[in-house]
Design a protein around this ligand. Sequence first.
Ligand code: ADP
Length: 535
Amino acid sequence: MIRSTMQRVPLSLNQILERAGRLFPGSEIVSRLPDKSLVRHRFADFYARARKLAAGLRALGLKKGDRVATLCWNHYAHLEAYFGIPAAGGVMHTLNLRLAPAEIAWVANHAQDRFLIVDDVLLPLLEQFRAQVNFEKIVVVPLTRARVTAPFVDYEAFLAAAPDEFDYAPHEEDDPIAMCYTSGTTGRPKGVVYSHRSTVIHTLMANQPDHWGLGARDTVCAVTPMFHANCWGIPYACAMLGVKLVFPGPHLHPEDLLDLFAKERPSYVLGVPTIWLTMAQLLESQPEKYKLPPGMRMLVGGAAVPESLIRTYARHGAHVTQGWGMTETSPVGSIAYVKPELLASTDADARYKLYATAGLPAPVMDIRIVGENGAAQPWDGRSVGEIQVRGPFITGGYHDTPADPEKFTADGWLRTGDVAAIDADGYIRISDRTKDLIKSGGEWISSVEMENALMAHPAIQEAAVIAIADPKWGERPLACVVTKPGKSAAADELRAHLAGTFAKWQLPDRFEFLDAIPRTSTGKFWKAKLRERFK
Ligand code: ADP
């Protein structure tokens, strides 16, 4: 009998905060305020202020496991909440400020949020649902420097009044530190609760060179909202490595972002494809005015990334890395990069094909694709099935929600609701979400592939393909498209363009030309809205 001699020390987010304060006090955090000015903090400030926040919450009576909600844009104080709330033993619950007020109230009540940290510029939003919730104390971040009045507490005054002495709450590695609700595009939102352990493992995993590849020379601009799936884990990763962070605050229009990029020159940015689609339009139409920092890398995910978008950014000197994941997977489940054995054999075109996949499965996570017959499908690039995953940063259930066989298998795997093929090299090609599938005459049509092909047409800015009920074929694809400013394309021309890659029976009979594709609360194309509109 032999036993491991390794120590069993609990993994802890507090260790990342301690490291950030001790090793990287000089690293910078830049935040854009509502008036568009920039405010600068050092990691030394972040460290001290996160601990002050923790001490203040403790003094307020926060008990282990109590939920503290945030209703905030991306900025220094939200970062302090990411670490300060767990340091006190609390659970940070990021509220999605783009949901309808009644929905935010429902989520806050379901999570039983006890305290709230809110931006002053979001107080009008809070007022729309404050009567429906029971926050014991509301702390307001004075981004505009306007005076905060009772019953609210000024965040700066709260930090100043907090005790200087602070000890981390004792904890086990499985104790919760944060929670995030799925966006609830189908049914009620569901709460995913992350632990010290899941977060530390996810951070170590995503910080590998072939994944995010962040390092000492990087400056990261987080365009992904901090309420969207933990900002994909980037705040934890940057704190662990001492990487400079740039937060855009409430200013997410592409013009504002490009202006911020020109000022702070990020080497790494992250966000959903829709943001970059709109930005590409500016880069293409006004090349004299708008430029990207040379060599910028972009982490793009949350929805399929069209190859055309990846090529467009390459022309502007930026490399797009596609990732796949979900709130339930912390969120990174896969990342697209060229694996060692393919480096020598792939030319530029072949590499773009790989970049346009969801990539290779993340380490320390199991993945399988399960067909309609319930059997795991081979990795042959053709067989499709639902992606199912299992691992230390994958949720095993939802907060205060009965177990649902639609979401978890009997043997404990998460059913992602994403349909994909995996090729022999391990690259994942997502063809659809289960709820977006199009089945025509008994055969599947991949809406993702068709959208990507449409967005590769020079006149098309945005495309979303949905299923429309059809008496003869069951369903037929309907393509909703948005043309680029000053450009046009007739339906027949688009059909001819698609005919290069799709069989005749797969081509949409109907095209709808729209001003914009509706967006979900996390900025993705909202197909459910389109299905409602064109049913
Ligand atoms: P929601 O989209 O409902 O707001 P999430 O942000 O958790 O919730 O999104 C997770 C979903 O986003 C995945 O299940 C998948 O359908 C989609 N998704 C994420 N990344 C990709 C990708 N690279 N390609 C295609 N779909 C993606």
